[in-house]
Design a protein around this ligand. Structure first.
Ligand SMILES: O=C(CO)[C@H](O)[C@H](O)COP(=O)(O)O
Ligand SMILES: [Co+2]
Length: 218
C-alpha cells in the first residue's frame, strides 16, 4: 500500500478547511498533522482544538505526528480530537514500549518516529508494537528543509529489518520529499510519503496528481 500524506504545516491556515478539501478532492486518503510543543522541537504549531475543528469537515485518515516531549500524557485527548494514528518520537518517550501500547489500547494506529541522528537499531525491540515507522529525513521542527541524504540508507536498513522479522510495518518518510527526492525513498523501501511544501506550494491538485503518479508507477 502506497499513500501520500500531505502535511498541513505548509498549508495556508487562513483557509485551512478549503485547502484540506482540495487535497481530498485530488484523491488523497491521508492527512499529516504536525504537532510541535516548543520543547522537543524549537517551534510551536497547533494542538487538539485545531484537529477537532478540521475533523468536523474531513473523513481523511488523520496521521498525527507528535513532536512533543512525553506524548503519553495526551493520548486520550488526541483520540478525542479525532486522530486515527499517533506517531511518537522514540527520543521523546522515557517509556517508549508502554506509550506505544497505550496508543493501541486507546484504539488508534501506532507509529514511532526517529530523528536523522537516531539509528534504526534503536527500534528493534518495539517493531512488533507498531503499524508504521516514521524515518525523519530532515531534523524535525520546520517545513521546507532539504532532504538529508544519509537517511536513504536508514530506510533501506529498516526495510530489511522488517522483512527479516517477518513483520508487516509501513515506512513513512517526512521532510524534503518532492519530485526530486521521491524516487530514491520509494526505491529504498518507503511506502508512506509526507509532503508539505511540495503539495501546498502552488497548484495543490496538480502537485498531488504529479506525486501520486510517481507512486502509482510502482
Ligand atoms: O514533520 C515535519 C517537520 O518537522 C513536517 O511534516 C515536514 O517538514 C514536511 O514539510 P516539507 O515537506 O515541506 O519538508
Ligand atoms: Co511531520
Amino acid at each position: 500500500m502506497y499513500q501520500l500524506s500531505p502535511s498541513i504545516l505548509a498549508a495556508d491556515f487562513n483557509c485551512l478547511g478549503e485547502q484540506i478539501r482540495q487535497v481530498e478532492e485530488a484523491g488523497v486518503e491521508w492527512l499529516h498533522i504536525d504537532v510541535m510543543d516548543g520543547a522537543f522541537v524549537p517551534s510551536i504549531s497547533f494542538g487538539m482544538p485545531v484537529i477537532a475543528s478540521i475533523r468536523k469537515n474531513s473523513s481523511l485518515f488523520f496521521d498525527v505526528h507528535l513532536m512533543i516531549e512525553e506524548p503519553g500524557r495526551y493520548i486520550e485527548e488526541f483520540k478525542k480530537s479525532g486522530a486515527d494514528m499517533l506517531t511518537v518520537h522514540a527520543e521523546a518517550c522515557k517509556h517508549l514500549d508502554s506509550t506505544l501500547r497505550e496508543i493501541r489500547k486507546a484504539g488508534m494506529k501506532v507509529g514511532v518516529a526517529i530523528n536523522p541522528g537516531t539509528p534504526v537499531s534503536q527500534l528493534e525491540c518495539v517493531l512488533d508494537l507498531v503499524d508504521m515507522v516514521l524515518v525523519m529525513t530532515v531534523n524535525p521542527g520546520f517545513g521546507g528543509q532539504s532532504y538529508i541524504e544519509s537517511c536513504t540508507g536508514k530506510v533501506q536498513k529498516l526495510r530489511k529489518m522488517i522483512t527479516d522479522a517477518g513483520l508487516d510495518v509501513d515506512i513513512q518518510v517526512d521532510g524534503g520529499i518532492n519530485e526530486k527526492t521521491i524516487d530514491k525513498v520509494l526505491d529504498a523501501g518507503a511506502n508512506i510519503l509526507v509532503a508539505g511544501s511540495a503539495v501546498f506550494g502552488g497548484n495543490i491538485g496538480e502537485n498531488v496528481r504529479r506525486l501520486k503518479e510517481r507512486m502509482e508507477r510502482r
